[in-house]
Design a protein around this ligand. Structure first.
Ligand SMILES: Cc1cc2nc3c(=O)[nH]c(=O)nc-3n(C[C@H](O)[C@H](O)[C@H](O)COP(=O)(O)OP(=O)(O)OC[C@H]3O[C@@H](n4cnc5c(N)ncnc54)[C@H](O)[C@@H]3O)c2cc1C
Length: 390
């Protein structure tokens, strides 16, 4: 890891990132990134890339310096994301790096930070998010997974649904109900549970694309040490809401850009498709919409501290995921009959960038983008109420 900080000049910074990616991204990693179907790369690939970024000192560049930050501002982080997407770098799970880590920094005790953050940063601990339950997704406050305090532990009983990458995870951060007497938002507690705890089982859910990315978790008398509670008992909703802000302020522009690049690659491989004026019109329209999306995301990321971004975040989640879906559709169109349903999900496979065989699976998987992190209907409700005052 270099002690010399990266340039703050955007052009120079981009050059530094490109040089690093040229050096660090092996052909196998690039191929695996190009073949990625799910929201994140499978853990076998993600762990390799995580370790490389950690060794470079770039795994948590926007965190405070005492927790391994490099002082990067939002513009630098965005440029980094853009370059990673265009170079087909694997996509890392957000549960630890973008969700639990920042929560620990904001709400964790000194002991909790010292215990969890180093392993989270190094990639030795893989995290997953245990929020949603059957009947508690959009209406998260309806959650009913119980946490009962018994001496030094909470005994957890219940279930969590759609838990991404739980099959790889060492730890889950979860919301449990510790009392039922108040408003639904009260009486919720935020816990960190070891995935190897007795009584915790993971049941795979196979998506319509054939991927195993999500799971259902069952807690049957799982004991979680009270020391693993973040914040006060019953105060979990405050933390949960803060974390959802991190989740919803995710950026989509670079991911759309990567799909457009792959659509172009596929269409060029089949010369007729690239000469098809209807295809090129759709490609041009989406490219312009992506420019607008990126401009919006940059505006949000560089907004003044204190500026209320609630509406902007909803607008960009809506626009970002819907554009992403349309770009995945364009890839299917570009691949034509080669966009076979059968696909190779072997990690680190030697497929070429933009392989047509993954286009259909990715298109199917991308349907979930307008559901997770707050569905499109929920975002439209927020916009109707807050921006249009309906
Ligand atoms: C691929 C994928 C990965 C996920 N990963 C995780 C994870 O790792 N951890 C985790 O905790 N959760 C995860 N989720 C869960 C996700 O957060 C929920 O699916 C989401 O919050 C929607 O909740 P739900 O599935 O219960 O649907 P519901 O809330 O039951 O919604 C069903 C439908 O009703 C609509 N609807 C709901 N309420 C309203 C309303 N008030 N007005 C208008 N329409 C409404 C919704 O838009 C949707 O179309 C994941 C989901 C998916 C699909």
């Amino acid at each position: 890891m270099s002690d010399v900080p990266e340039s703050t000049d955007p052009v120079q910074f981009r050059t530094e990132v490109r040089a690093f990616l040229d050096r660090a991204l092996t052909a196998e990693l690039r191929a695996a990134g190009a073949m990625q179907i799910g929201v994140f790369s499978p853990a076998a690939v993600g762990r390799v890339w995580h370790r490389i970024l950690y060794q470079q000192g770039w795994i948590t560049p926007t965190w405070p310096s005492e927790h391994g930050g490099r002082g990067w501002g939002p513009l630098q982080k965005y440029i980094f994301e853009q370059e990673c997407a265009l170079a087909n770098a694997p996509t890392l799970s957000s549960a630890g790096l973008l969700m639990c880590g920042p929560i620990l920094i904001h709400f964790g005790t000194a002991q909790q930070k010292a215990r969890f953050l180093p392993h989270l940063r190094s990639g030795d601990d893989y995290w997953c998010q245990g929020y949603s339950e059957p009947g508690a997704g959009s209406d998260l406050a309806a959650l009913s997974c119980r946490g009962r305090r018994e001496g030094d532990v909470y005994v957890v009983d219940g279930t969590k649904l759609w838990t991404t990458h739980a099959q790889y995870a060492d730890w889950v951060f979860l919301l449990v109900r510790t009392s039922t007497h108040e408003r639904p938002q009260q009486g919720i507690t935020f816990l960190l549970a070891d995935m190897r705890s007795p009584g915790l089982t993971v049941k795979p859910i196979i998506s319509m694309s054939g991927e195993h990315e999500v799971n259902q978790l069952f807690f049957d008398g799982v004991q979680v040490p009270a020391d693993n509670r973040i914040g006060a008992e019953g105060d979990g909703w405050t933390i949960a809401k803060r974390l959802l802000e991190f989740e919803r302020s995710g950026v989509y522009g670079p991911r759309v850009r990567r799909l457009l690049m792959q659509a172009k690659h596929l269409a060029r491989a089949d010369g007729r498709r690239w000469r098809d004026t209807d295809f090129r019109r759709r490609f041009a329209e989406l490219s312009m919409e992506t420019d607008a999306l990126e401009a919006g995301e940059l505006r949000m990321l560089t907004a003044d501290v204190g500026e209320n971004l609630g509406v902007t975040t909803s607008l960009l989640k809506l626009a970002g995921t819907e554009t992403l879906q349309r770009a995945s559709e364009l890839c299917v169109l570009a691949g034509g009959s080669q966009s076979a349903y059968a696909h190779d999900t072997t990690p680190m496979s030697s497929a070429t960038a933009g392989d047509a065989s993954v286009a259909m699976a990715r298109y199917l998987n991308m349907r979930a983008a307008t559901i997770y992190g707050g569905s499109s209907e929920v975002q439209r409700n927020i916009l109707a109420k807050t921006a249009l005052r309906l």
